[in-house]
Design a protein around this ligand. Structure first.
Ligand SMILES: [Cu+2]
Ligand SMILES: [Zn+2]
Length: 180
């Protein structure tokens, strides 16, 4: 009886030791992504270029964009579902990234597509800058935007038309990748 009890204790000790050894290794393997980058390239017939970065900060994800070659005015600025820019008009990127199946909306709305980042505004030289902290997008977990695409549209996102904001053709885009 005593022998059996001590055997059980030994087995339990071995199991706990194994868990203790294995856990730190598992944690190290799931390092979180802190920064992402998009190199913007033009769709066929356009001359848009630039860069978008996403940085993990305490308040959310800081989005910074610097885009050139646009027509002056507002342009819809979204994260689309697929990082597939193989079609010349970038329609292969699919629709707005919408994992929660919500309606299209403004970036500050609670009810919006995760990919709804609003508009970027180009000045008279065709340059647009955008800087915002977003609380809905993420670089990790089930709402991660990694591997999806940024799309810039020809027209303004009206925030009302469903499900696209009626922003017109896609003039530029890029795939969201992990940055250093
Ligand atoms: Cu879009
Ligand atoms: Zn949308």
């Amino acid at each position: 009886m005593l022998k059996k009890a001590s055997a059980i204790i030994v087995v339990i000790l071995v199991i706990f030791t194994l868990i203790w050894i294995c856990c730190p290794i598992t944690e190290r393997q799931v390092a979180t992504v802190e920064k992402a980058i998009v190199v913007i390239q033009p769709a066929q017939g356009y001359n848009v270029s630039g860069k978008v970065t996403f940085t993990n900060i305490e308040e959310g994800i800081k989005i910074s964009a610097d885009i050139q070659g646009l027509t002056p005015g507002k342009h819809g600025f979204h994260i689309h579902e697929f990082g597939d820019l193989s079609a010349k008009d970038f329609t292969s990127a699919g629709g707005h990234f919408n994992p929660m199946e919500k309606p299209h909306g403004r970036p500050q709305d609670k009810n919006r597509h995760v990919g709804d980042l609003g508009n970027i505004v180009a000045d008279s030289t065709g340059t647009a800058q955008y800087e915002r902290v977003d609380k809905m997008i993420s670089l990790n977990g089930i709402y991660s935007i990694l591997g999806r695409a940024i799309i810039i549209h020809k027209n303004e996102d009206d925030f009302v038309s469903q499900p696209t904001g009626n922003a017109g053709p896609r003039v530029a885009g890029g795939v969201i990748g992990i940055a250093q």
